[in-house]
Design a protein around this ligand. Structure first.
Ligand code: ADP
Ligand code: NA
Length: 330
C-alpha cells in the first residue's frame, strides 16, 4: 500500500521555535510520519519576505532543522530539507504566478495583516506572492494532505484553485491537495494574553515558551501565567481563557483529554495546575533542548542529513517541474 503524501513547513525563526509550533505542528508531524509519506521543509525562501539578517537567517535555518529532528522528526522516515536547496520551488512559483489573478491574490487576508504591520509601502511584492510560493511547495510533491493551522486555510484553498485551474487548462498534472486543520486544543495561546495566539511576534517575552529556553525559565513563565479571580479549574475559552490554555497545554503534554484533567483537578488550586503544567512541559522539552544543542554542535552532520533530504526532495520536485514545463510549452 502506498502511503499518503503530506507536506508541511515552518519558517526559520530567530532564536527558537515556540510551544505553539511544537503542539500545533511538530507533535502532529511526528505522529503522522509513521503512516504517511511525510515531507517536512524549513521554508527559508518564505522567511525573506520580511527583512532578514543573512548570518541570523543561516543560523536559524539550521537551528529550526535541528529542532525538527530533536522533536522527533526522524530524517530516515521523513524527508527533511531546506526549501532554498531545491530550486524547483522558485521555478514552479513563477509559473503559478502567471496563473494567479491579481484580484485573487489581493484577497489573501494574511497579506493584509502582515503588510499592515510592515507598512504598505515597505511590504515587498514577495510578501504579496507568498501564498503562491506556498502553493508551489505543496504541488511540487503531489501532496494529498497538508496539515496546517487554521490561519493557513485560505492559502491551501488558493493552492487547490491553482491546481484545478492548471489541470483544466493544460491537462491533468497536479494532485489537488486537502487541508487537514489542527484541532482547537492544538492551538496554544499567549501565557500573558491568553486571548491571542502564542506567536514569535508576542508583545511580552513572558507569554512565550521557547523550545530552547532553559527549564527554570520555562517553569517560571508557566507559574506566572495569567489566570482569573475564580478558583475553579474548568475549560471555558470565553470566560476563562488563561485556565483553558493551561488545560490545553497539559492535555497535549500528558495525552489526556481535557475532561479527564478537569476531573483530576476538582478541589485543587491554580498553583497545582501550573505546577503540573510546568512539570509536564519541562520533562518533555528538556531533552528536545539538549538534543537540539547537540545537533548544532555538529553542523557537518546536520548539513549531511539536510543534503540527503534535499536530494530526495529534488528528485520528486524535478519530475513534477518537468511535467509542468512540458505542458506549458517550454
Ligand atoms: P508564528 O505564529 O509564531 O509566526 P508560524 O506562523 O511560523 O508561527 O507557524 C508555524 C507553524 O506552527 C504552523 O503550522 C502554525 O499553525 C503552528 N503554530 C504557530 N503558532 C501556533 C499556536 N499558537 N498554536 C498552535 N499552533 C501554532
Ligand atoms: Na503565523
Amino acid at each position: 500500500m502506498t502511503k499518503t503524501r503530506i507536506f508541511s513547513g515552518i519558517q526559520p525563526s530567530a532564536g527558537s521555535l515556540h510551544l505553539g509550533n511544537y503542539v500545533g505542528a511538530l507533535m502532529q508531524w511526528r505522529d503522522l510520519q509513521d503512516d504517511h509519506d511525510a515531507i517536512y521543509c524549513v521554508v527559508d525562501m518564505h522567511a525573506i519576505t520580511s527583512p532578514q539578517d543573512p548570518a541570523e537567517l543561516r543560523a536559524s535555518t539550521r537551528a529550526t532543522a535541528a529542532q525538527y529532528i530533536a522533536s522527533g522528526i526522524d530524517p530516515t522516515k521523513s524527508t527533511l530539507f531546506v526549501q532554498s536547496h531545491v530550486p524547483a520551488h522558485a521555478e514552479l512559483a513563477w509559473v503559478l504566478n502567471t496563473l494567479t489573478g491579481f484580484g485573487e491574490a489581493s484577497r489573501m487576508t494574511q497579506f493584509k495583516d502582515k503588510s499592515a504591520r510592515q507598512g504598505t509601502e515597505a511590504a515587498s511584492v514577495g510578501l504579496f506572492t507568498y501564498p503562491i510560493l506556498m502553493a508551489a511547495d505543496i504541488l511540487l510533491y503531489d501532496t494529498a494532505v497538508v496539515p496546517v493551522g487554521d490561519d493557513q486555510r485560505q492559502h491551501v484553498e488558493l493552492t487547490r484553485d491553482l491546481a484545478t485551474r492548471f489541470n483544466s487548462r493544460f491537462g491533468d498534472t497536479f494532485v489537488v491537495p486537502k487541508a487537514q486543520i489542527g484541532t482547537e486544543t492544538a492551538r496554544i495561546y499567549d501565557l500573558q494574553d491568553p486571548t491571542s495566539k502564542m506567536s514569535k511576534s508576542a508583545a511580552s517575552d513572558n507569554g512565550l515558551i521557547r523550545l530552547l529556553d532553559d527549564p527554570k525559565r520555562t517553569a517560571k513563565k508557566i507559574r506566572s501565567a495569567v489566570t482569573d479571580t475564580e478558583r475553579e479549574i474548568r475549560a471555558d475559552r470565553q470566560a476563562k481563557p488563561g485556565v483553558t490554555n493551561l488545560l490545553a497545554i497539559l492535555s497535549a503534554f500528558t495525552r489526556t483529554p481535557v475532561a479527564s484533567l478537569e476531573e483530576q483537578f476538582v478541589g485543587k488550586g491554580y498553583g497545582d495546575l501550573k505546577g503540573a503544567v510546568a512539570d509536564a512541559v519541562v520533562a518533555e522539552l528538556e531533552p528536545v533542548r539538549a538534543r537540539t544543542l547537540e545537533l548544532l554542535d555538529d553542523p557537518a552532520e546536520l548539513d549531511r542529513l539536510l543534503a540527503v533530504g534535499a536530494d530526495r526532495a529534488e528528485s520528486i520536485a524535478q519530475a513534477t517541474l518537468a511535467r509542468v514545463y512540458d505542458r506549458i510549452g517550454f
